[in-house]
Design a protein around this ligand. Structure first.
Ligand SMILES: Cc1cc2nc3c(=O)[nH]c(=O)nc-3n(C[C@H](O)[C@H](O)[C@H](O)COP(=O)(O)O)c2cc1C
Length: 201
């Protein structure tokens, strides 16, 4: 399989809402999620977690929770990306970088616990939700690079999705991502020109 470079994957990616019946083998799924998890996060907390929904019966329920969006039913896999900061805080000693000295690692754990331990759930989880979008971006490009199409979605009932998949109530769900082989081109990319979004000073 040929692999697209990052610029080529960025240029080729479009939201795709129709999929062929071709499966996404476990090895590709694992590779895509591994690459998504290479996203950076502040203090390396990595609050993102993924549920890959293959089961057609569960996918049908997920589609209902996503207000019937057709790509949830059409794609062979839908990845539910969620963010669990409370869980991430429990394993901070594991995620702080082993290249740091023991003292620096302990100081980082204490600092992060100090900052987020004092926050209300909504603020802490909102912060983790923002971090997790980086992994969503990496996921979209990793999939495209390996020859798959995707459709990121925010149109769903998060409480229903969490109940369906046993995701902790405090977690946030930054996106559902339909994943599979494209059966359509998607809309041509339409973006503001860089002159409208970049200011160099
Ligand atoms: C966070 C996020 C949420 C989105 N939610 C939906 C959605 O619920 N349903 C949908 O059909 N498209 C959804 N989209 C797709 C956008 O409409 C699409 O990315 C945008 O129009 C640009 O088109 P492109 O992805 O083909 O470049 C979402 C995209 C993002 C990044």
């Amino acid at each position: 399989m040929s692999v697209l470079t990052v610029p080529d994957a960025i240029e080729a990616r479009r939201s795709v809402r129709k999929y062929t019946a071709a499966p996404v083998p476990d090895a590709d799924l694992t590779r895509i999620i591994t690459l998504a998890g290479r996203a950076p996060s502040a203090w390396n907390v990595q609050p993102w977690r993924f549920v890959a929904v293959r089961d057609p019966a569960v996918r049908a329920q997920l589609q209902q929770a996503a207000y019937g969006q057709p790509q949830v039913g059409a794609a062979p896999v839908v990845i539910v990306v969620y963010s669990d900061m409370l869980g991430a805080m429990e394993i901070l000693p594991e995620t702080t970088h082993p290249g740091m000295s023991e003292d620096s690692r302990a100081a980082t754990v204490a600092q992060v616990r100090g900052i987020f331990g004092a926050q209300p759930d909504a603020a802490r989880e909102g912060w983790g939700n923002a971090q997790s979008y980086l992994s969503v971006g990496f996921l979209l490009l990793a999939a495209q690079s390996l020859g798959y199409a995707t459709s990121p979605m925010l149109g769903f009932d998060a409480a229903a999705v969490k109940t369906l998949l046993g995701i902790p109530a405090h977690a946030t769900v930054p996106a559902l991502v339909a994943l599979g082989v494209a059966a359509e081109d998607g809309f041509p990319t339409h973006r503001l020109p860089v002159e409208r979004t970049l200011r160099v000073v």
